[in-house]
Design a protein around this ligand. Sequence first.
Ligand code: DCP
Ligand code: CA
Length: 406
Amino acid sequence: MTRRIMHIDLDAFFVSVEQVLNPELKGKAVVVGGRPDRRGVVASASYEARAFGLHAGMPLGTASRLCPQAIFIEGGFPKYRDASQKFMAILADFSPFLEPVGLDEAYLDATGFESIHGSIHQMAAAIKQRIKDELGICASVGMASCKVVAKVASELSKPDGLIEVSTGGEPSFLAPLPIAKLPGIGKQTERKLKGLGIKTIGELAITPLNTLKIHFGTSGEVLHRLAKGIDDRKVEPPGEVKSISRETTFGKDTRDRSLLKATLHYLGERAGADLRRQGKQARCITLKLRYADFTTITRSRTVRQTTDTDQTIFDTGEQLMKKALAQEKQPVRLIGIGVSSLTEAEKQLDMLDKSSQRREQLNRAIDRIRKKYGFTAIQTGRTLLLKDVFPETDRGYTLQTPSLSR
Ligand code: DCP
Ligand code: CA
């Protein structure tokens, strides 16, 4: 049975929320992110502001030079969280098969729901109408047989759009679009693909798989499939998180201890940041190694006191790695670290000793800075070594096999 997946994304989300609260801002060039004389970047720009070239991630100073008449707003997270909750509640009324992505975006599996609403198109129109009526915000919707095509469709339809891609029509829908429109293709991959003479998704789809593997390793396969509109990822309603892990495959199998350590440190930081974002602490830390011949081992250790600090995660992982590598002569193909036995983080600062307190405060300070300026804004001496190994974006290094397990 072919699936019908919707991707729903609110237009200029932060700005739209501000415009509902202050209707004078409607129809104007508006930027949420802060005063233009401040350091920082545009978080959200109204479509009127985008006409001047403004976009998310642009430094505020540049934005005000390009569009001096723009109205700059500081913004406030609680307002956006409230709007987000209402948005998700509306969607949940339409289908229980709902996967929120961030605050203003969700996938919805509407397979079999067509008859209730007449057609999937009418269902999407009804969703858009309710969001407009109850939140005062426009949503854009893409519909297709899989997630990636639905997402590209909603993006392309913006603002206030609705695009349905028929089953079987995915490749021809994607083909003429520039490669940057394909989710997962960042600046670096785009540059590399252009260097190979590949400019459109269609050209990517007909590039021999081997060529892509040579240049992009395991991600080459994923790129190839997505470009053809093949994506069998399910719409997954969020469940209780049982574990958090991060892993990556190396471009080349390695024995280099400092590279292994640096990568482990980075992965530990990513897992730790996720753990803290979810307000959890872990009791168990697990190292995963896959060797050149694909033998995969995991080694776990329970820590005395539940933890959410990067240092403890890394130290434990490193001890496990030392032990494992002492028993194995093969080079390493993949490395991963995970935390499990999760409990709600308890605020027991007074029970921690001084150095644990300092670590905890340090981790939180780093999380705040990274939230504002991107993951690579702060790096430990150890992870800097990865600059030459993995492609780097604002959100951190691009790993070969990012995984977030439940
Ligand atoms: N956001 C942010 N910093 C970024 C990108 C986004 O703070 N670099 C926040 C502000 C956005 C919200 O996340 O309003 C949603 O992000 P989107 O990428 O969906 O952007 P918008 O909703 O603003 O615009 P649109 O979806 O219409 O392109
Ligand atoms: Ca949006």
